[in-house]
Design a protein around this ligand. Structure first.
Ligand SMILES: Cc1cc2nc3c(=O)[nH]c(=O)nc-3n(C[C@H](O)[C@H](O)[C@H](O)COP(=O)(O)O)c2cc1C
Ligand code: FES
Length: 438
């Protein structure tokens, strides 16, 4: 159990220690080797890469180097990815066998291993992550911490303003003020229907009930989609913190996250994050001496697409076959175990802490008149740079396919794009304001 003062101290001290992850001019003798442990890179042996680096650094007695696992960097096509900070060297398609050369050449001789540098869209070799065309048009809000922190280390999350939004809400905002801020931000649900998030929170707060619930929809059944999985794998605490803020705003003390069992890394990391938050007294009774209590549990889905539909999901959590309920009544009034229930998607939650910390006006200033903020896309199929991208609303398909995605392999012509899976297709069209034509 940690007091609020202790959490603040961790934030201050750990932030200094991790400054070199973001401040590339950091005056330090330390180096952090960041290795992607998202599902894609893990399936290409990034765990072995971490173990090899650790072993070699120990054997060769190299001081001031830390090896850190992170979530997805986005450019999955070039995985496994290794980034060395503070110099920000971006090594692509690294194999466990490359570790020795990186250690000898980069860490000992201070030179770059040129053959492992990434080729940009125009074929030039690029040294630093920020110089890659893939990242230039992106704006990372929901994915802010993915690829930057160790998702299994709560202190690293705290260092990058983690649980600061919760503190702000609990000590300086009323329930209505939180809802007003989310409403003003213009955030709309990222799960498919694009329903205004603040409005849904207000309905659930107004609903009468002695018990209310907060639910996170992490079923992500759309083929090819892995946005929610990557957020849970790379930054699980941001979802926990947002669900707590939602709990405070609507008057709920219990949350559930419904994740598909095919996401073992996400489930394991989210479970660990819950344990750590409980250990620190962030989840539990009378958090930081306030009247607010909140706890969270995981429920696994068995992979039925329909269980992503919110009422089928509630049936499944209650232990029945996942069949949709008739609506109305909506879950805000009659939800889990017939109680008022707030259901939001993972990516929707991933925006909440940033809105609370930076303000509704900041968020509303990004995107288009009707669709605010950013959208995360899993870019797959016949594009050069397959992976995970986050772009402001209003970004055109052309920009995503060509400027970020690098176009069609071997200079072939563009034929068609499927924007989203069965349930997200209409939504993507509505949000980006585009058709499937470029
Ligand atoms: C057949 C079907 C499947 C759905 N699958 C998902 C899903 O995998 N993930 C999700 O967040 N929402 C899914 N939805 C939308 C949810 O019912 C719900 O609108 C959403 O979780 C609400 O969260 P939001 O307001 O944050 O978007 C699906 C809807 C339908 C009709
Ligand atoms: S999983 Fe490693 S970059 Fe996406």
């Amino acid at each position: 159990m940690k007091s609020l003062e202790e959490i603040k101290k961790i934030r201050e001290e750990k932030r200094k220690e991790l400054d070199l992850r973001v401040n590339l001019k950091a005056d330090t003798h330390e180096k952090h080797i960041l290795v992607c442990r998202g599902t894609g890179c893990t399936s290409s042996k990034s765990e072995d890469i971490i173990n090899n680096f650790k072993k070699l650094i120990k054997e060769k007695n190299i001081p001031n180097v830390r090896v850190i696992q992170t979530g997805c960097f986005g450019l999955c096509a070039k995985g496994p990815i290794v980034i060395i900070r503070p110099e920000d060297t971006f090594y692509a398609m690294v194999t466990p066998g490359d570790c020795e050369e990186i250690v000898n050449t980069h860490l000992i001789e201070g030179k770059t291993v040129d053959r492992l540098l990434c080729k940009d869209i125009d074929g030039t070799q690029v040294k630093r992550l920020d110089d890659l065309g893939f990242y230039k048009k992106q704006e990372r809000i929901a994915l802010k911490n993915c690829g930057k922190i160790d998702p299994e280390n709560i202190d690293e999350y705290i260092a990058f303003d983690g649980y600061l939004a919760l503190e702000k809400v609990l000590f300086s905002m009323s329930q209505d003020e939180v809802i007003e801020e989310i409403t003003k931000s213009g955030l709309r649900g990222r799960g498919g229907a694009g329903f205004p998030t603040g409005k849904k929170w207000a309905f659930t707060k107004m609903a009468e009930g002695d018990q209310k619930y907060v639910v996170c929809n992490a079923d992500e059944g759309d083929p090819g989609a892995f946005m929610d999985r990557s957020i849970l794998e790379g930054d699980p605490h941001s979802v926990i913190e947002a669900m707590m803020i939602a709990g405070y705003a609507i008057g709920a003390d219990q949350g559930y996250i419904y994740v598909r069992a095919e996401y073992p890394i996400a489930v394991q990391r989210f479970g660990k994050a819950i344990e750590q938050a409980r250990e620190y007294g962030i989840l539990g009774k009378n958090i930081w001496g306030t009247d607010f209590s909140f706890d969270l549990n995981i429920r696994l889905g068995a992979g039925a697409f329909v269980c992503g539909e919110e009422t089928a999901l509630l049936e499944s959590i209650e232990g029945r076959a996942g069949r949709p309920r008739l609506k109305p009544p909506f879950p805000a009034n009659v939800g889990l175990w017939q109680k008022p229930t707030l259901i939001n998607n993972v990516e929707t939650y991933a925006n909440i802490t940033k809105i609370i910390l930076n303000g509704a006006d900041w968020y509303a200033g990004i995107g288009t008149e009707k669709s605010k903020g950013t959208k995360v896309f899993a870019l797959g199929g016949n594009v050069v740079n397959t992976g995970l991208v986050e772009v402001p609303m209003g970004t055109t398909l052309r920009e995503i396919v060509y400027d970020i995605g690098g176009g069609i392999p071997n200079g072939r012509d563009f034929k068609a794009a499927q924007t989203g899976g069965p349930s997200r297709r209409m939504y993507t069209k509505r949000i980006l304001g585009c058709s499937n034509r470029l």
